[in-house]
Design a protein around this ligand. Structure first.
Ligand code: SAM
Length: 265
């Protein structure tokens, strides 16, 4: 089958109007997002008033609930449009405790030791082709730099094994709902450990063809990256309901790291 490779600047197209409309309205479930947010707050051991960065915050669905729980919240995303949507989603009463920043996760525009915690949620870690220097080590080093001593990082990635079985068993998927349809073609590049996707979003009668690529991490690989960049892995989970991580059964790999006292660089 022909590889479902998107073009180099696929992010601009994929995270466009159709994705925003679908995920911010048709597929948005505030109850689910609220319970995810509460889980993240507990795993990060956060208290009211603590400074938290939501890295690749998108249209701000988690930020809303972090603010409701009393955090001083910062959202960083590369898309100005999504940051504007975040500002519209969040009730005015919370806006004074929120900072939204346009930026790239590879070079974070914050001073060292600015945050008590950082999180990166919902498939936002894995967009860069593997290479030398390793882009993910670079991102983790940046996160470590902006964390206070003992600060924590919460990362969600998809669980590699079940994703690969899904791709092997059904390289085409269809998700239908009231007024929308998401048709996806998948394949996996073993050499690059990268999932390639082509998506057609249909909303009412409008079609948008886009695609993405995502590097898939194993738990061992992420744990080793955390260690090499100065994080101690303190917890892993398989979902947002406190289930232990299972290599074949969990939907996600949720991993929590704590900044160690010594910088390995
Ligand atoms: C799958 S969305 C997840 C957004 C949000 N975390 C959520 O849970 O809805 C990924 C986000 O990553 C952003 N993004 C892509 N590349 C980025 C980069 N290099 N730096 C920062 N954000 C980026 C996109 O604009 C998009 O909002």
């Amino acid at each position: 089958m022909k590889r479902q490779t998107p073009h180099q600047n696929w992010q601009n197209d994929y995270f466009g109007d159709a994705y925003l409309e679908l995920y911010a309205s048709y597929l948005y479930d505030p109850k689910e997002v609220q319970s995810e947010t509460e889980f993240v707050i507990e795993a990060l051991n956060l208290n009211k008033g603590d400074a938290l960065l939501d890295l690749a915050c998108g249209f701000g669905k988690h930020l809303h609930f972090f603010l409701k729980k009393g955090m001083k919240a910062f959202g960083l995303d590369i898309s100005l449009k999504y940051l504007q949507s975040a500002r519209n989603l969040i009730p005015k009463i919370h806006l004074r405790k929120l900072s939204l920043v346009r930026g790239d996760m590879r070079t974070l525009p914050f001073g060292k030791e600015s945050f008590d915690a950082v999180c990166c949620l919902f498939n936002s870690f894995g967009y860069f082709p593997p290479g030398n220097p390793d882009p993910y080590m670079g991102i983790l080093r940046e996160i470590r730099r902006i964390l206070k001593p003992g600060g924590r990082f919460f990362l969600e990635v998809p669980n590699k094994k079940p994703v690969l079985s899904m791709v092997r068993n059904s390289p085409q998927t269809l998700q239908c709902g009231n007024g929308f349809l998401i048709h996806e073609l998948w394949d996996y590049d073993e050499d690059q450990c990268t999932l390639h996707n082509k998506t057609t979003f249909t909303i009412e009668d409008r079609q948008t063809r886009v695609g993405y690529q995502l590097y898939l991490f194993s738990r061992g690989e992420l744990a080793s990256l955390f260690k090499k960049t100065g994080f101690r892995v303190i917890q892993t989970f398989g979902d947002y309901e406190d289930s232990p991580y299972s290599l074949t059964g969990s939907p996600y790999l949720l991993i929590v790291g704590e900044k160690t006292g010594t910088n390995p660089d």
